[in-house]
Design a binder for this molecule. Structure first.
Ligand SMILES: Cc1cc2nc3c(=O)[nH]c(=O)nc-3n(C[C@H](O)[C@H](O)[C@H](O)COP(=O)(O)O)c2cc1C
Length: 331
């Protein structure tokens, strides 16, 4: 293959990332959990998607543009929120920039390594993602900050279950990059000089703190500091979801839906859209939203509930339409 910056496939992106990143960093991004059933299912399900293009009577102008939660985007794919992108000095800001360059929206994790203000500056079409973590006042403060930064919608992710299975290849993540951590990772980092050079040029070290989880006037918590608070927060009821939706008042996506009855409950709680997802298979292994019939694989467009039915890894989401074929008992 010619050595250009251009590439077309996920496989090529993965090949390049594997060569560039220290092995622990690469596997932190890619790992499934436990036996990797959900991870493999997701990949296979995407591979099963196909197109049946017409060959005549076509429009001369090619346009994949569409609207998702009030935003016009140039293609029906957006960036799913992914935490701690401190694997590169520019982190989420670089991803937001890349998405903006292609005319699509950015999903920013509350567990991101870059402040929401910087990410919105790089891509005004940014959706802020939050978990159900901390008390209501803390959640409202987080939302207020994201709103003030100019995000265009909120994503509430509810499918994480604090599973700690590491057999799928997930490495132990350090709490901070201090001397001890640097010594531990030095043998693999020295074999990836270009990665090291990126950080040397930026004059920074990977920052594992979470600026968007900081309380006003307080330093950003570490990943495990924020994770601890989240773990201790009792999971929300549908009433809590409805409360947050009301509190937010704007476009609101519920992420991590894997069952039709939950999709319906989400709709009743007033959400704008859902994302059918199992967190990329790195959470509870064996979760299969597609196989559960949550996202029918082939339906005439007029019969689908959603204009976008998210399939694993696509980052797309379902938005409600009037004619819903999803009825209790279908799954
Ligand atoms: C390394 C990693 C970190 C992730 N961090 C988050 C996160 O902070 N918030 C979130 O909602 N989802 C997170 N996800 C899940 C992704 O947003 C997304 O759901 C997953 O890549 C699969 O795509 P899909 O939802 O389109 O199936 C993460 C996934 C990976 C692999």
């Amino acid at each position: 293959m010619a050595r250009t910056g251009w590439f077309e496939t996920v496989a090529e992106a993965q090949r390049r990332a594997r060569r560039r990143l220290p092995p622990s960093v690469y596997s932190a991004l890619l790992a499934g959990s436990e036996r990797g059933i959900s991870y493999d299912d997701n990949t296979a399900a995407l591979g099963e998607l196909g197109f049946a293009p017409h060959v005549a009577d076509l429009s001369a102008s090619r346009d994949q543009g569409t609207r998702v939660m009030g935003q016009h985007i140039s293609l029906p794919v957006l960036i799913s929120p992914t935490g701690v992108q401190a694997v590169h000095p520019d982190g989420e800001v670089a991803v937001a920039r890349a998405a903006a360059a292609r005319g699509t929206a950015m999903g920013l994790s509350s567990f991101a390594s870059k402040p929401v203000e910087d990410v919105v500056a790089a891509n005004p079409q940014t959706f802020f993602q939050t978990y159900w973590s901390g008390d209501r006042d803390a959640m409202v403060r987080r939302l207020d900050r994201a709103r003030a930064a100019g995000v265009v919608g909120l994503i509430l992710t509810l499918d994480w279950s604090f599973s700690h299975g590491r057999d799928g290849g997930s490495p132990a993540i350090p709490d901070r990059v201090d001397i001890k951590t640097m010594a531990r990772f030095a043998p693999e980092v020295v074999r990836r000089p270009r990665w090291l050079l990126d950080f040397a040029r930026s004059g920074t070290l990977p920052d594992l703190t979470l600026p968007n989880m900081a309380e006003p006037e307080r330093p950003a918590p570490t990943f495990f500091g924020a994770y601890g608070e989240w773990m201790q927060t009792p999971p929300p009821s549908w009433k809590d979801v409805a409360w947050l939706r009301e509190e937010w008042g704007g476009p609101f996506l519920l992420k991590g839906i894997g069952r039709i009855d939950d999709a319906l409950a989400a709709r009743d709680a007033g959400v704008t859209a859902i994302s059918v997802s199992n967190h990329g298979g790195n959470n509870l292994d064996g979760t299969r939203p597609l196989q559960s019939g949550c996202c029918p694989r082939s339906q005439p467009r007029s019969a689908t509930t959603s204009r976008y039915c998210s399939t694993a890894g696509s980052g797309a989401a379902a938005t409600w339409s009037r004619r819903s074929p999803w009825a209790p008992g279908r799954c």
